[in-house]
Design a protein around this ligand. Sequence first.
Ligand code: ATP
Length: 503
Amino acid sequence: AGPTMDEVVNVCKRRGIIFQSSEIYGGFAGFFDYGPLGVELRANIKRAWWRDMVQRRGDMVGLDSSIIGSPKTWKASGHVDGFSDPMVDCKVSKLRYRADQLFWSRAEVDGKLLCYLSLLETDEMDAIVRKEAEKAAAKAGLRGELTCSPVKDFTEATEEEQALIPSPATGEPGSLTAPRNFNLMFQTSVGAMSDASSVAYLRPETAQGIFTNFKNVLATGRVKVPFGIGQIGKAFRNEITPRNFIFRSREFEQMEIEYFIPPDEDCWKTFHQQWLDTSYNWLLSIGLKPELLSFDVHEPHKLAHYARACTDIMFKFPFGTQELQGVAARGCFDLTSHAEASGKSMEYYDEERKEKYIPHVIEPSIGVDRLMLAVLTSAYCEDEVGGEKRTLLKFHPKLAPIKAAVFPLVKNKPELMEKAQAIFQRLQRRHVVEFDAAGAIGRRYRRMDEVGTPFCITVDFDTLEDDTVTLRERDSTEQERYMPSRRMTIPELIDFLDEQIDG
Ligand code: ATP
């Protein structure tokens, strides 16, 4: 079994990976701060993505568009009118909930109709709701056979059912308003005047900046369809119920690609599958466990009207299996909408075919924060060493916040300290490394294991003689764990680290 959510949250706080935002003021729901190790982990995730998806591919270029752009962008994209989630209010407590995240089922017992509810979005939702129903029926003294309908969300309830569904806040049935749409975009105003004409939005996704720059990139880059534009940047959504730590927050970061392809019938299927494979393999390459990943193919009737297909790559988080990355085939909806709204052509001239067309797109989109939570969940493990519980973060060397630690065997020998410092400074030129001379060597290893440092380098008296060090790998087997595992020279060490970290 993987870690619980509390275990992940606690290690993040304890080790300076993630803090609640504005903690000294009691926190601010839906926002997070990344501490000294968190900022390194995020930077490494983004760097790995950028290298593999943009820099190391001949068919991709990068972009960094502004967070606030013309509000016309969001009108044309459909976000002003349609980027909303259904919301319900509890009339008594005044608390707000996302209607499609209130799960309930109809339970019947002894001819009585009751509705039961779960706020937990887990794989075992049906069982949880059923248990709640059984408890309530027992309390009411109903002993007959209980039948439960499959779990639905609040938006699927009839008026009669809505009146029976208990409020999560008070437990009283019938105290929830009917669902209504709530736009998720944060508004601000630009310029000295604050009136209707100055309204602007913080972008709720980075992708639209790619579409609005499509012509700029075409005119200046040496790009030919099929090609893609990748972008990493902050996005903001006024989520009704931010929850599950950094899984769903109000400020987050996205890594998105728009991959432009010819509009030929069915050609999108090949590219869609290619991007699914590429995305999935990349997630494995940064160390996510394959048994935690799966696919969710959206049913055609649940797709947005312009979308051809959408498959989500799912991850088994501690609170259930949820979307990690979306890979959508969006047709030519976005470019066409921007062409109509701006009056600017979004056509591409295909030299080989001698024809003009508006390309279609495949859109792989993943959240940095959500991926970071997946990385932490996948890496977290516990074991026991010498009767003591130990937490271990088995980060892939590419992602580990600290790549290596240099330990002089003892600290009261100046020549040894000096040699270890020299090696440390040499490594520090290329990587984030630590120097630790305090305490027994076993303790020092343990400290590094807890923050996921993959390599520890011990400098001992032999080092002074022959310039070799011992390298110990975090994930080596139990028996070897506190034993020096490999002896190597300094140049060999440098090559080894480069290969492991950047290879
Ligand atoms: P959901 O249905 O969970 O609200 P979505 O389908 O609206 O998400 P997309 O618009 O497809 O999400 O966003 C693409 C990616 O951005 C998601 O796969 C996720 O990784 C990330 N993401 C979206 N919303 C959030 C959020 N509030 N917090 C963190 N990451 C997010």
